[in-house]
Design a protein around this ligand. Structure first.
Ligand code: ADP
Length: 488
């Protein structure tokens, strides 16, 4: 199948978060399974050009309409980690992708609306007719709308569109001017059934547009697909999602097993696998040394997370107190842009500073995150909202037993050691339902007790985690099934 991936990020050349990892990991796996895959991105000035091979100009004079002008663009191609990519580079005073970063500009809706139109113009001009255009998040939502409202008639008749919602908190809300900017008719589209926002009748909701116009809509876990339909996690999109419910499916993300592999990870002191678990003990020792924790017969409980309300900051605080009060050591690696949250955790750090059992690293640190995965025994993820979540999957790969709230992708990837209908070899962690201190204790308490009282069983749980298949192989196959079903 010929598949074009279109999004705002692709790791490692343009990555802010999980979206970049998904486009990268999924594209690689789809290509590995024999498909023709390409990724189209804006040519940001902050692209990691050093990681792009074989850069070449492939198109000099792409003309893209914007309001009443035609903006000239150049298009380059290149290879990123074996993935064939195109980069669209407009030459105009707007400097759309020359802002030093990927997001966070007041004209973000305009920047990405222009990108959506430019992608379709590029496909038309170069006579590309992919079987599938796979779009991601609000940034590329207008692609589905334009494809049907404009480009079908211009000759782009083959591609069918699958749109993936990674995090529906961000929907792309803008004034109706945005539709005019890319050549769409507001009078036709500003209806409740199409792009008019449900909360603000004067605003366009781009993500809603993708739900209405795409051939298939996916969320990043099956559980989250249910949540957006049936709970307040639909965030105003419920009506559109219900109307188009027949198109909605959830596909759990995978992880990049080249980056997250304790057998080969160059950032940890001793490589190990399920057959060489003592190597993990050596990493635990090294982590304790690095962070100034005492050597003791105690489980090491970890948190690695953005420190955000969505991630359950209050429950994280409770987890720290509870773990320390129940004979554990605790490591937290987390970052936040909100000063009050930073102060909350600084306060805890000061309180336990001298204990020799607790270390809080309030920053973003890739290397330390690998070392925590290699050294920790238990990882706590108390999210209130989690479309998929990657940390539970990377943790499992390193034999860290996850303790998670039963929400979104956490519920689809962690199977409770005591209360699950899975076979014994498939259980891999602990879950709780209520986002309360008691709820958290009901799962974390079981994990801690198991470590102290039944080390052999805990070890087996570690092995089960390590054997859990969180690779991209299965998710890529699920996407292919969806693509096959909608393809022309
Ligand atoms: P989200 O994208 O909502 O932040 P995910 O679990 O999907 O959450 O992905 C976040 C990724 O970033 C995970 O791999 C996690 O381990 C990593 N991460 C989060 N905070 C930090 C940090 N402070 N330092 C290093 N890695 C982090």
């Amino acid at each position: 199948m010929y598949i074009t991936q279109v999004g705002a990020e692709c790791a490692p050349v343009a990555k802010v978060g999980g979206l970049g990892d998904v486009i990268h990991g999924l594209s690689r796996e789809l290509a590995k399974q024999g498909n023709e895959v390409e990724v189209i991105l804006p040519k940001y000035d902050c692209l990691r050009l050093d990681l792009i091979e074989d850069r070449r100009r492939v198109c000099e004079d792409l003309q893209v309409p914007f309001y009443d002008q035609w903006l000239p663009c150049r298009v380059e191609s290149g290879t990123v980690d074996g993935i064939h990519c195109f980069f669209i580079d407009p030459d105009s005073d707007h400097g759309f992708y020359r802002r030093g970063h990927i997001y966070g500009e007041v004209d973000d809706p305009g920047r990405f609306a222009f990108f959506s139109r430019a992608v379709l113009e590029f496909l038309l001009k170069t006579d590309r007719q992919p079987d599938i255009i796979h779009c991601h998040d609000w940034h590329t939502s207008l692609l589905s709308v334009l494809r049907w409202e404009v480009h079908e008639a211009l000759g782009l008749s083959r591609p069918r569109i699958c749109h993936t919602l990674h995090n529906p908190v961000y929907q792309g809300i803008a004034g109706e001017y945005l539709l005019r900017a890319v050549g769409l008719a507001p009078a036709r589209l500003m209806t409740r059934e199409r792009l008019r926002d449900q909360g603000n009748p004067h605003a366009v909701n781009l993500l809603q547009g993708a739900i209405v116009y795409a051939n298939s809509v996916t969320t990043v876990s099956p559980r989250h697909a249910w949540e957006v339909l049936h709970t307040d996690q639909g965030l105003g999109l419920q009506e559109a999602l219900h109307t188009h419910g027949h198109k909605l499916q959830g596909v759990l993300n995978g992880i990049d097993e080249d980056t997250w592999n304790p057998r080969t990870d160059p950032q940890i002191v001793r490589n190990y696998g399920p057959e060489s678990l003592p190597g993990k003990a050596r990493n635990k020792q090294q982590l304790r040394r690095r962070l100034g924790l005492e050597e003791a017969a105690k489980p090491l409980v970890a948190i690695i997370s953005r420190l955000d309300r969505q991630k359950g900051v209050e429950l994280m605080r409770h987890a720290i107190h509870y773990a320390l009060g129940n004979g554990c050591q605790m490591v937290l690696l987390g970052s936040t842009s909100e000063p009050w949250i930073e102060e909350l955790f600084r306060d805890i750090a000061r309180r336990y500073e001298a204990s020799g059992d607790c270390h809080l690293a309030l920053r973003y640190d890739e290397e330390l995150s690998h070392q925590i995965h290699a050294g920790a025994d238990i990882l706590v993820i108390p999210s209130l909202y989690e479309p998929c979540g990657l940390t539970q999957m990377t943790a499992m790969k390193y034999g860290v037993v996850p303790v998670v709230r039963r929400v979104g992708g956490l519920a689809d990837s962690v199977f409770d050691a005591n209360y699950s209908d899975k076979a014994f070899e498939e259980v891999n962690g602990f879950l709780f339902d209520d986002p309360t201190p008691e709820g958290l204790e009901s799962a974390l308490g079981r994990a801690i007790r198991l470590w102290f009282e039944h080390p052999e069983y805990f070890r087996q749980l570690r092995l089960n985690s390590m054997h859990t298949d969180n690779s991209w192989a299965r998710p890529a196959q699920r996407y292919l099934d969806i693509f096959e079903a909608i393809k022309a």
